[in-house]
Ligand binder design. Structure first.
Ligand code: ZN
Length: 301
């Protein structure tokens, strides 16, 4: 029998823990609010203990920023988060010590990207971006078949965009930068600018063309710097599927024929896409990190 994996989608608002092998085979799942590190990690560990299954590995797809450098003394820690009580938490170490299993650890967006690579919208590609637009904005993905890490890990949500304050006087909501991408286009930014939650804004509201404008500017920057073969847009704000055609059209308009790729010029419907794994992209990403940790361990033997 194939061994199963444990996945922890560690979000700043909620934790989702699951046991399974991939899409269509999630055997147990639990979701609970993110409170203190002790309580939250304790609940996650208890969930895996209580099922008494022979798990091959655990994967953690975490909110961040996180330390992903294996040689660092704070590898697996959450670093400078504004989330109270979590700064400096050794999330990967605590889980590994409690469960005594190979533990894969990465950002939530790199996890989701790996899940889409294994089972979803990025199969067969080697360079792509996964961008989530929700409570925050974060991006990850692969370059030449490797998850993007580098110096720390990408912080695509905090890139700077042209901001015409005459057209959009909203100063931005990022506590670090004001009007970075996240400050202009995250769910909380939409709510602060328009005075109501994004999911309550009607389809013809002026919020959406402006949102598409900012996201298209961000995508054009990512296209020009990383040359992705596809961009996957997930997260709560992107549940408004009407954003996709607006963004695609503006991406083409902004690039103005400069990037001569059929995928962008003629087939952009397949270039800017929603996650194929839908709402499960996060937790399946954690399972994918676990599967990879198990494979890495098998290779080392
Ligand atoms: Zn920012």
């Amino acid at each position: 029998m194939d061994r199963v994996f444990g996945g922890i989608e560690a979000g700043g608002t909620n934790f989702v823990c699951a046991i399974g092998t991939g899409p269509g085979d999630i055997r147990h799942e639990i979701e609970f609010p993110t409170t203190t590190p002790d309580e939250t990690l304790g609940r996650a560990i208890d969930f895996f203990w209580s099922k008494d299954l022979d798990l091959a590995a655990i994967g953690i797809a975490s909110f961040g920023p996180v330390d992903l450098e294996p040689s660092s003394s704070t590898y697996g820690h959450i670093t400078s988060t504004p989330k109270r009580g979590w700064e400096g938490t050794d999330i990967a170490g605590r889980v590994r010590q409690a469960l005594k299993l190979p533990t894969g650890f990465d950002t939530d967006v790199n996890g989701a990207a790996l899940g889409e690579y294994r089972w979803g919208a990025a199969q067969g590609l080697d360079t792509f971006v996964y961008l989530t637009v929700g409570t925050g904005i974060g991006g990850g993905g692969m370059v030449a078949g490797r998850l993007m890490h580098g110096l720390v890990h990408p912080e695509m949500g905090h890139i700077r965009l042209p901001h015409d304050r005459a057209a959009d006087p909203f100063p931005g909501s990022c506590p670090f930068h004001g009007d970075c991408l996240e400050g202009l286009a995250s769910g909380p930014a939409l709510e602060a600018r328009w005075g109501r939650a994004p999911e309550t804004l009607p389809a013809d509201h002026a919020a959406w063309p402006l949102e598409a404008h900012y996201l298209a500017l961000a995508l054009v920057n990512l296209i020009c710097t990383l040359s992705p073969q596809r961009i996957i847009l997930g997260g709560g704000v992107m549940k408004n599927r009407g954003l996709f055609p607006l963004i695609r059209e503006k991406v083409q308009e902004l690039l103005n024929g400069y990037v001569q790729a059929r995928e962008i010029m003629d087939e952009i419907e397949g270039f800017v896409v929603p996650p194929a794994l839908g709402d499960q992209a996060g937790v399946l990403g954690a399972i994918a990190l676990a599967a990879r940790a198990a494979e890495n361990q098998a290779r080392q033997r």
